[in-house]
Each structure stands twice: as structure tokens, then as C-alpha cells.
Design a protein around this ligand. Structure first.
Ligand SMILES: *Cc1c(COP(=O)(O)O)cnc(C)c1O
Length: 456
């Protein structure tokens, strides 16, 4: 099909909108390794997971054969508030970079929570409500997941209890207040409310916390309350399934206008937006129907895919969660406190990890001052003020576009712009005042952390 009359922004009509999520695992020859029970090292069964997770979400988590899951009508209705997200051609950026490449980005920041996380938040809250639960607990790092979950819970009338990494709780009071506006309760982690939190505070007084610790606290809080379950905003298979809406919309829109991406890029923290964006394209590749390059971009200060090991590890510091086989820096790894760019989780989605191990996913790391420089350039020409996390993908997309300028290749680049950066102005301020540094962990530091990995 000839590429012509393509709108600047491609939206979809109701009948073009995806009605099913796509489960990439169904098309993977090498399935991601199963979650293991931390005590017995046996694969986690449905019953093992029931005290912690919602029933329907466990079914999704454990299913690696069903390719498509119907999206419930209530979730489709919720989507009407903020989906489809626009697929935008970055004409101004292309011009600025003088590149022959065509750059498209899928922008997920057009909802109040400001990121793609709402896509899984509404799904998880829906299944919790459907099961007749009273509420959910969770952790949040930078605050996007907590905000998204608070929005979804408010819509459905569910109680929402958020453990927020203390560093962010103090640095991002606005996010905290958005969550409270939507009715969530927010506790800085580590806290005195849980055994895990109390133990950690005793060992490391003054710690600014970590996602791994906040996860342990949220799991403990759910397990010790009637009618509550724990929900997680990234890493898990179920989250990637819900986030496939990003890739499905992008692919439908590109197919409509005969555009085929050559390179697909996303930032990777726990892997959910990247996994969701690439899902239908990767599915085609796995089925032998098309070829693409897929690139995961992560911070040099928290480089799980590029410098981590592919091994079973704990998903949390408190070692209460199942073990997952993934690229990991070790559950005890805490990124340097001067790291402001998000994406600070120690591990990576088991599905993306398997794709990486199988050579299907490229990975690269970028330093944070380069990321903020790219963010600023992008904001000045495209208008959108990007989240630091998203800006990792911007940086890599710009590098690919510059490569095309040098080689003259007219490639089509698609990247995921996961969110807005309005609540990240403290980090931007540090960048502007030249107070931002680039800390890259040494091999010795990483080795110390690897030495603590469980022996499976
Ligand atoms: C949480 C978040 C990410 C990283 O999470 P993934 O699970 O790797 O997608 C990226 N961008 C934004 C804006 C986020 O809020």
C-alpha cells in the first residue's frame, strides 16, 4: 500500500479499537520460566498464588497458551475516557535532526495519571472488584503506578493502599496528593506498618527505600487483611497482557495507512510498556510473518538487561514474593541516590528476559544526563514534556534517526512515549542546574549483589 494522506496523529474509531488483549507467550517457542515458590522451589500453582493475587489475574499469569483474551465490556467503557492513545508522526523532530528516517511515537501520557500504567490498573482493579474484594495494596516508586491504580480504584469504588518508596514520597509530594485526591492512602516505605518495613528500618535507618522493599510491604499488608489482594504495575505476565493494548492499537493504526516500522523502541523498567508495545509485532516475527528490530533502553545506573545475569531471583527485598527467572541485578540492588530518571527496578519481565536470552530483543543503556538532554530537545520541538523514563526511548530513537542520517537509510522508527514529566520537575531542575551526575555501578558492586542471588 502506498503511504499517503497520513494524518499527523492517527486515532482509531470504536470499531477499529482492539477488543482482545494479545498474549505474546502463546507464540513463544521458549516459554518464560515459571514463577517458583520461594520455600519449596516448585512452580507456583494457582492455589499458591491465591492468598496474594486475584483469581482471574492468576489465570492470566499462568496461561502461556491462550493467544487472545476478551477485554471485558466495563474495561472497554473505561478506555473510552482516554483511549485510543494517539500515534504521532514526529515531523518536527525529524526536521530538527535532518534525518531521512520517519519517526512515530505512541503517546500514553494523555490521562490524568500521566502514563501507560492506567491500562493495567483498570484491568487489575476490575478483576479485584469482580471477585468481590474490598481493596488492593500496592507499591509505587516514582508514583505513576500508584496514581493510576488510585484512579482505577476510585472509578470502581475499591479501597487502595499504596506503599510509596520514601525517596519519592519526599521528592514528589504532588504525586502523593494526586493519589490522595483519588481516595488512596499513601504510606512512605519502609514503614513501621509491616514486619518487613520495621526490620529494614532497624538495619538501615535513614534509607530512602527501594521498590523491592515497598513490594514486600504491600504483599504483607494484603496478606494480613481480609478482602484485600496485592497488585503489581509491571514485570508480571498479566501486566504485559493488559499493556498489549498499546501495541495492538499502534499496529492497527500503522496497518491502516500501510506503514511498517523497521525499528521498535521502548524504555524498560520492569518491561511492561515495551512488552505491550512490541507484543503484536514480536508475535508476527515469532510466527515468521515479518522482521523487525526491537530495542529495550535502560538507565546505565540500573542496567538489568545489559549487565545483569539471567537467573532466578526474588522479585522483592523481603523475599516474600515468588522467584522469577529474569535478567536481574540482584534483589538487594539499590540504584545510586543521584539517579533521578526512574526505571529503578532490579529485575526485568521474565517474558522480555527470555526474548533477550533468545537473541530477539536488543538492549542498550544510556546515561541520565544524555536522557535529559534528549528530553529537552524533544520538548522544544514536539511540545510534549516527556517523563524521564520515556526519555530513555527518545534518546535511543534520536540515536537511530541520526544513524539513518549518516547512512541515508529511510527507516521507519516507532517508539513508546510512555508518559508526561510534569511531576518530575525536581529532576529537570537538577539537570538545568548541572547538579545531575551519571553514576554507573562498578563490576565489583554488581558482583557483590550477584553473590546474594538465591541458589536454584
Ligand atoms: C513505570 C513507567 C515506566 C517503566 O515501566 P515499564 O513496566 O518498564 O513500562 C516507563 N515510563 C513511565 C512513564 C512509567 O510510569
Amino acid at each position: 500500500m502506498k503511504q499517503q494522506n497520513i494524518p499527523y496523529k492517527i486515532y482509531l474509531t470504536e470499531d477499529q479499537m482492539p477488543k482482545k488483549w494479545y498474549n505474546l507467550r502463546a507464540d513463544m517457542k521458549n516459554k518464560p520460566a515459571p514463577l517458583l515458590n520461594p520455600a519449596t522451589h516448585e512452580p507456583m500453582s494457582f492455589d499458591d498464588l491465591r492468598p496474594v493475587f486475584c483469581d482471574e489475574l492468576i489465570r492470566q499469569e499462568l496461561d502461556d497458551t491462550t493467544a487472545y483474551f476478551d477485554i471485558p465490556d466495563d474495561i472497554l467503557s473505561f478506555y473510552k475516557m482516554y483511549r485510543p492513545s494517539p500515534l504521532i508522526r514526529a515531523y518536527c523532530l525529524e526536521e530538527k535532526l535532518k534525518t531521512p528516517a520517519k519517526i512515530y511515537y505512541k503517546f500514553e501520557g494523555n490521562n490524568t495519571s500521566g502514563s501507560h500504567k492506567l491500562n493495567s490498573a483498570i484491568a487489575q482493579a476490575y478483576y479485584a472488584k469482580h471477585q468481590g474484594l474490598r481493596g488492593v495494596t500496592t507499591e509505587t516508586g516514582a508514583g505513576q503506578w500508584g496514581t493510576a491504580l488510585a484512579m482505577a480504584c476510585a472509578y470502581l469504588g475499591l479501597d487502595c493502599k499504596v506503599f510509596m518508596v520514601k525517596g519519592s514520597y519526599e521528592q514528589k509530594p504532588f504525586r502523593r496528593e494526586v493519589m490522595r485526591t483519588y481516595g488512596a492512602s499513601v504510606t512512605p516505605s519502609p514503614s513501621e506498618e509491616t514486619q518487613v518495613g520495621r526490620d529494614l528500618l532497624a538495619r538501615f535507618p535513614g534509607t530512602t527505600g527501594s521498590l523491592g522493599c515497598a513490594i514486600s510491604e504491600a504483599v504483607e499488608a494484603a496478606a494480613s487483611r481480609d478482602g484485600y489482594r496485592y497488585v503489581l504495575g509491571s514485570v508480571l505476565n498479566q501486566v504485559m497482557l493488559h499493556q498489549s493494548i498499546i501495541g495492538l492499537e499502534a499496529k492497527t493504526a500503522m496497518d491502516l495507512y500501510g506503514v511498517k516500522p523497521d525499528v521498535i523502541i521502548g524504555c524498560a523498567g520492569g518491561g511492561s510498556n515495551l512488552g505491550g508495545l512490541i507484543a503484536p509485532f514480536m508475535g508476527q516475527q515469532l510466527r515468521g510473518e515479518a522482521q523487525y528490530r526491537f530495542i529495550a533502553v535502560e538507565p546505565a545506573s540500573c542496567p538489568s538487561l545489559t549487565r545483569g545475569v539471567f537467573a532466578y531471583d526474588f522479585c522483592d527485598t523481603g523475599m516474600v514474593c515468588p522467584l522469577a527467572k529474569m535478567y536481574t541485578l540482584g534483589a538487594g540492588f539499590i540504584p545510586s541516590p543521584n539517579h533521578a530518571g526512574g526505571l529503578r527496578y532490579h529485575g526485568m519481565s521474565p517474558t522480555l528476559s527470555q526474548l533477550r536470552a533468545d537473541g530477539l530483543l536488543e538492549a542498550r543503556s544510556v546515561i541520565q544526563t544524555d536522557v535529559f538532554e534528549a528530553a529537552e530537545q524533544f520538548a522544544r520541538v514536539e511540545g510534549i514534556l516527556p517523563a524521564p523514563e520515556s526519555s530513555h526511548a527518545i534518546k535511543a530513537a534520536m540515536d537511530e534517526a541520526i544513524r539513518c542520517r549518516e547512512t541515508g537509510e529511510e527507516e521507519t522508527i516507532l517508539f513508546g512515549l510512555t508518559g508526561t514529566g510534569y511531576f518530575d520537575m525536581v529532576a529537570y531542575e537538577k539537570f538545568h542546574n548541572h547538579q545531575m551526575s551519571d553514576y554507573i555501578p562498578t563490576d565489583e558492586e554488581l558482583q557483590k549483589s550477584f553473590d546474594q542471588l538465591p541458589r536454584i
